[in-house]
Design a protein around this ligand. Structure first.
Ligand SMILES: [Zn+2]
Length: 254
């Protein structure tokens, strides 16, 4: 399995990060992809890449909830890193209107700037959308650039939105929400074929059933896999083969 979205550099793992990564390997997680948040998370993320080469892959980007008055300085830092060495993706980037709408215009400006860099570098983008899915679908559609590709991470939208995203050539990141009893996500994406889905945890957040409410970690991606397999009448191995191949093709061109 591949955890396509995990914040393993988070402070919440400071006590047991190495053990947690050992558990992920033990559970069959082959690689993990680390979205950046802002300038404060870069050092920890790059340290993980150093400590776990070929296992932890960093992305580079400015998260929408970190878009504030100083976003131009933050973007300059992202740009400097992106153009001085290779990254597997620009992420995570997007629009978040759940926590704060004050900087909506700046969030959109930051998203478009970073999407442009991804096109220049010919790498995918990883999109964070919260209370803003249609805004982001419209923004991606407006860019009209074939090289623009990536993941709508932690997809929790409806069937119409899922289809629009697939039509744009993007993938849906499926995480813990898929395992929640009170979520209709299984129903909403039942028409989307497995080739358009990748697995993620978004650790330490959005912990799947049966650990909902506790800290999430990458080994728990196996619970998302199990739910997906059960729901689609496939074996976990079949779901693993397809989603792993999709994730590797996107991030590593393999
Ligand atoms: Zn995230």
């Amino acid at each position: 399995m591949i955890d396509t979205h995990t914040h393993l550099y988070s402070k919440q793992f400071d006590e047991d990060r190495d053990l947690m990564i050992a558990r992920a390997k033990e559970a069959g997680v082959e690689k993990v992809f680390l979205p950046n948040v802002d300038s404060s998370t870069i050092a920890g993320m790059l340290q993980l890449e150093k400590d776990y080469p070929g296992y932890c892959y960093p992305m580079m980007g400015l998260h929408p909830t970190s878009v504030k008055e100083d976003f131009e300085q933050e973007l300059a830092i992202v740009k400097k890193h992106l153009f001085e060495r290779p990254f597997v993706a620009v992420g995570e980037i997007g629009v978040d209107l759940y926590w704060d709408k004050t900087y909506k215009a700046q969030q959109i400006e930051a998203f478009l700037a970073q999407a442009k860099w991804a096109i220049e570098l010919n790498i995918p983008i990883v999109i964070h959308a919260r209370d803003s899915l249609d805004v982001l679908i419209d923004l991606v559609r407006s860019i009209k650039e074939e090289r623009l590709r990536g993941i709508f991470h932690c997809f929790t939208g409806n069937a119409r939105q899922a289809e629009e995203i697939v039509d744009l050539g993007f993938l849906l990141g499926v995480g813990g929400v898929y395992t929640f009893k009170n979520s209709n996500l299984k129903e909403e994406i039942k028409g989307i074929s497995l080739e358009h889905l990748v697995l993620e945890t978004d650790a330490p957040y959005l912990t799947p059933t049966p650990f909902r409410g506790k800290r999430n970690e990458s080994s728990y991606v196996s619970y998302v896999l199990e739910h997906l397999a059960e729901n689609r009448g496939l074996t976990p191995n079949e779901v693993d083969l397809i989603t792993t191949a999709t994730a590797k093709a996107l991030f590593l061109g393999e």
